[in-house]
Design a protein around this ligand. Structure first.
Ligand code: PFF
Length: 451
């Protein structure tokens, strides 16, 4: 998109931003980190972080993005000239780069699963066999690299052509379709024997399971699912007209995202308990449970295939936003450089992602700080770099943009009351930075000296 271009319709922007938000985070990662983090208590903390940190920050990113009408790095130069604040944008570009390097690995797994279903590899398996099958699929170096390559290829192709507009149109069909399919799966899951155990696990908090680490994971997850702290939402909002209602858009995106994460949880945990699996099984969870749930539906494999295609679409729309901000930052939105830059960046990302891709196979034993490459990249991006970016943004926005300018920008396109503006402003200015710092300190263990 060029500088003058805007999103075609108001709802189009919501779909595109929701497309960035909804992806592996809500569908694949949420159930597995909730499963590892203890279920209900994790969900509650995640919801609190999403509403009280995520939503205000999303509004903040939209406000400065639309105000500056620029790319991730120049936005900060424009709003705070002659300062070093554009480090937030640079950090965002770097974070997106690392993020896509392992995100594309999981995207590749979905592609391999689509091929596997076509090849009949899932036919006639018993419930207990889906998990081991997944383990086998993701441990094959050649195939997983090919999957990752294909995922990156589609991402590069779409973004290099700058055809996200087409994606905007497709999202309007694919996202509601995903929602409907999820509702069908949830109904099936809830009617499994022993489903109630899974529902209880997800919805009833057991605070004894909450640790400093799981709180950090919930914080990271809240930012991850909303694509926050990396200036992706700043860049997307730079294409917005002044008539767009920012608070409404942000709230809609947060609600859709929470609904999808909850549906994913409700689709998976009843199955986990009904089939006697472990909720903390990790990344395998969705791939081990859903085929088993689908196999109990008429035309099960057909519906599972439809689910995988929609799931892939959701992952791709998130990947587009990650590479888009890198490309926009390097080309300064000069369209003549778009193609070359996208290819170059995309190929580099693939190369950097290779050790993560092999982490579930030949490099499973190679660990740093006790983590495989995949886990190390994921942990660094989700639990350190994204909250750090969010912290810097929450400091930057009220410090460098005056309260009245923020008020004017937020009110353009919405008639939000001054009292609501104030709630947003003070949440962002005080609550967000303090909460993030406390979670960080808690993990480092500093707080334990005082209490
Ligand atoms: N929100 C995406 C997901 O939940 O899958 C992940 C993501 C996309 C994070 C873009 C950050 C980002 F900039």
């Amino acid at each position: 998109m060029t500088q003058q271009e805007h999103w075609k319709t108001k709802i189009g922007f919501i779909w595109a931003a929701a497309g960035s938000a909804i992806g592996l985070g809500a569908i694949w990662k949420f159930p597995y980190v909730a499963g590892t983090g203890g279920g209900g208590a994790f969900l509650l903390v995640f919801l609190l972080f999403t509403l009280f940190l995520g939503l205000p920050l999303l509004v903040g990113e939209f406000v400065i993005g639309r105000k500056a009408q620029s790319d991730a790095v120049s936005t900060y130069t424009k709003l705070a000239p002659n300062s070093k604040w554009n480090v937030i944008g640079k950090l965002g570009v770097f974070t997106s780069f690392l993020l896509l390097s392992f995100y594309s690995v999981v995207g590749g797994w979905i592609i391999l699963y689509i091929i596997e279903v076509f090849a009949g590899g899932l036919n006639g398996l018993s419930q207990a066999e889906y998990g081991p099958l997944f383990g086998q699929v993701i441990s094959k170096p050649f195939w997983t690299l090919l999957g990752q390559l294909l995922f990156m290829f589609i991402t590069i192709l779409v973004v290099s052509q700058g055809v996200q507009k087409g994606i905007e149109k497709a999202s309007k069909i694919m996202m509601p379709a995903l929602l409907v399919l999820f509702i069908v799966i949830v109904f099936r899951s809830l009617s499994l024997d022993g489903a109630l155990e899974g529902v209880k696990f997800l919805l009833i908090p057991d605070f004894s399971k909450l640790t400093s680490e799981s709180i950090l994971f919930a914080l990271g997850q809240a930012f991850f699912t909303l694509s926050l702290g990396v200036s992706v939402m700043v860049t997307y909002a730079s294409y917005l007209p002044k008539t767009q209602n920012i608070p409404f858009s942000a709230l809609s995106i947060v609600i859709i995202n929470i609904v999808i994460a909850l549906l994913a949880g409700l689709a998976i945990f009843p199955g986990v308990f009904s089939f006697g699996l472990e909720p903390d099984a990790g990344p395998v969870l969705i791939f081990a449970v859903l085929p088993a749930v689908f196999s109990q539906l008429p035309l099960g494999m057909f519906f599972f295939l439809a689910f995988l295609v929609l799931f892939l679409f959701a992952a791709l729309t998130s990947a587009f936003s990650m590479i888009e901000i890198i490309v926009a930052a390097f080309t300064k939105k000069d369209n003549s450089k778009r193609k070359k830059t996208t290819w170059l960046v995309g190929i580099l990302i693939f190369i950097v992602g290779i050790p993560s891709c092999l982490s579930y196979g030949v490099m499973a034993d190679v660990t740093i700080f006790d983590k495989t490459f995949f886990d190390l990249f994921d942990f660094t991006v989700s639990n350190i770099l994204m909250p750090l970016g969010a912290l810097l943004l929450a400091i930057f926005i009220p410090l460098k943009v005056s309260k009245s300018e923020l008020m004017d920008e937020l009110r353009a396109g919405s008639n939000i009351r001054a009292s609501i503006f104030n709630v947003w402003y003070y949440l962002l200015k005080y609550f967000t930075p303090v909460a993030i710092i406390i979670v960080f300190l808690d993990v480092i263990g500093v707080l334990k000296w005082f209490f």
